[in-house]
Design a protein around this ligand. Structure first.
Ligand code: GLU
Ligand code: ZN
Length: 475
């Protein structure tokens, strides 16, 4: 029994990795993590990161999805060394533009009798599969067209039947490889039915173009979703038949929702675009995804070079990763705390009143940014700081009134300086109140809220004289 293996000990130095999305929808978290891991693996060892668009199935591809994908990857900072917009001699990097290359390889395989035309219709194949299942056998192509004579083929062609091209899987082979995540894998070729490598419309099928493109683009390492593990032996057979080098594959676990089902729309936001539009920071997503199914001792918010240095493919988990939006929010909070004033201003720019003076905007950001996780949390504070007057809930109004007119007269008189300690001291002197009794009426009168950012920075953000006006309302 022949054994087929890939270079189990291929060195990582200068590894060429790739991300190969099918642009049939938005970039979701699972794919973003796959892209990230491949990017980090390449960067970690001074290699190349390639982006290839798997759009050979024209029916499922939409150009806006390609554009969206590129924009999302750029936003994450996962810049590719070769790919769309960065063509080189190994391109083109859109599979839809590689038909000539595939045709050349199909011809080679035909010449070597490694493939044959299959005229079975979808209905016939479906019926055969049903019969196999009914008799307890695994559904697999029955080999109907494997040994058709030239005359039989001509007759089929004369009937106008358009064949697919099937790969003739050799019998009696063991296909082995060492998966970067799952370790040693072994498959029997006799368990694999002959499979389609060219569709009836002439386009290349996934197994085929995905494998030959990796080889021709010089890809040495492939990290991809676990759902492709069972495809790998087929792809190794194709590459062996063409005497092309196979990459080392690593199949990463899927991301599951907290309820254990595959992450999907009904679990809330799952696409990078949605997170981006809600104001999530790219570094928060990257740091969260880095730790999803990848164990690390690094607990700090890391930038991409630091993530690359800390990435270790030996620490990719075999068990499924569980998505948890709370953890993503923790990273988001950390990322927001790390924003520079300029970044913070850009981040909240769409919310800020256009007419406000730069100094007031700066004071507003200094007060509010430490207290928010998403821009939506800041909306309320834009209203509180820049729009007047405030309305109080009835029970809050009552609480404020109970502090008494003298309390607020004293506080207002001390409010020329934006110093909460001085204002509170003045109110305390006339009322004897302290702690929450002292501060809560002040906070309510100034902001209309029981909770929120620290009073000191907030007072600095209010327009001149505004604190005094708000306190005087109750004097
Ligand atoms: N286009 C395939 C996908 O998005 C690529 C699989 C692979 O990475 O090999 O699932
Ligand atoms: Zn057939």
């Amino acid at each position: 029994m022949a054994v087929l293996d890939t270079r189990a000990d291929a060195p990582f130095d200068g590894a060429a990795t790739r991300f190969a999305p099918s642009p049939s929808g938005q970039l979701h978290l699972g794919n973003a993590r796959t892209a990230l891991f491949n990017y980090l693996l390449a960067r970690r060892c001074g290699g190349r990161f390639v982006l290839r668009i798997e759009d050979s199935d024209a029916g499922r591809t939409r150009s806006e999805h390609v554009e969206g994908l590129l924009a999302d990857l750029r936003w994450l900072g996962l810049n590719w060394d070769a790919g769309p917009g960065r063509e080189d001699t190994r391109g083109p990097y859109f599979q839809s533009a590689r038909a000539q290359f595939y045709a050349h390889l199909f011809a080679r395989l035909q010449g070597a009798q490694a493939v044959y035309p299959c005229y079975c219709t979808t209905l016939e194949l479906e019926a055969a599969r049903r019969a196999q299942r009914a008799s307890g056998r695994p559904p697999r192509y029955a080999g109907t067209c494997r040994d058709l004579s030239a005359a039989q083929r001509e007759r089929k062609e004369a009937q106008g039947l358009k064949p697919t091209l099937r790969f003739r899987v050799p019998t009696g082979q063991r296909i082995e490889f060492t998966d970067l995540v799952h370790g040693r894998q072994s498959f029997l070729s006799d368990d694999i039915g002959d499979f389609v490598i060219q569709r009836a419309d002439g386009t290349a099928a996934f197994f085929f173009c995905n494998a030959v493109d990796d080889a021709s683009m010089g890809i040495t390492h492939v990290l991809r979703g676990e759902d492709h593990l069972a495809n790998t032996p087929r792809q190794l057979l194709i590459l062996a038949a063409l005497e092309m080098p196979a990459p080392r594959y690593g199949h990463i676990s899927l991301i599951l929702a907290p309820d254990g089902t595959p992450l999907s729309k009904r679990h809330g936001a799952t696409s990078v675009r949605e997170f981006r539009e809600r104001g999530y920071r790219p570094e928060a997503l990257l740091n969260y995804l880095f730790r999803l199914g990848h164990a690390t001792a690094e607990h700090a918010l890391l930038d991409l070079p630091a993530l690359a240095a800390a990435f270790d493919s030996n620490h990719l988990s075999r068990s499924s990763a569980h998505y948890d939006e709370q953890q993503l929010r923790v990273w988001q909070k950390t990322a927001v705390h790390h924003l520079t004033p300029v970044q913070a201003r850009e981040w909240l720019a769409p919310l800020l009143p256009p007419g406000a003076a730069p100094a007031q905007i700066e004071a507003f950001l200094a007060a509010v940014v430490p207290n928010v996780i998403l821009p939506e949390d800041a909306v309320q504070w834009v209203g509180i700081v820049f729009d007047q007057p405030l309305t109080l809930a009835p029970q809050d109004e009552q609480l404020v009134r109970e502090a008494g007119r003298a309390f607020f007269a004293a506080a207002a008189a001390a409010a020329a300086q934006p110093d909460p300690v001085a204002i509170a001291a003045a109110a305390r002197a006339v009322s004897g109140r302290k702690g929450a009794q002292l501060y809560l009426p002040l906070r309510l009168a100034l902001t209309g809220c029981r909770h929120g950012p620290e009073l000191g920075p907030l007072l600095k953000a209010l327009p001149t004289g505004e604190a005094e006006r708000r306190l005087s309302r109750f004097a």
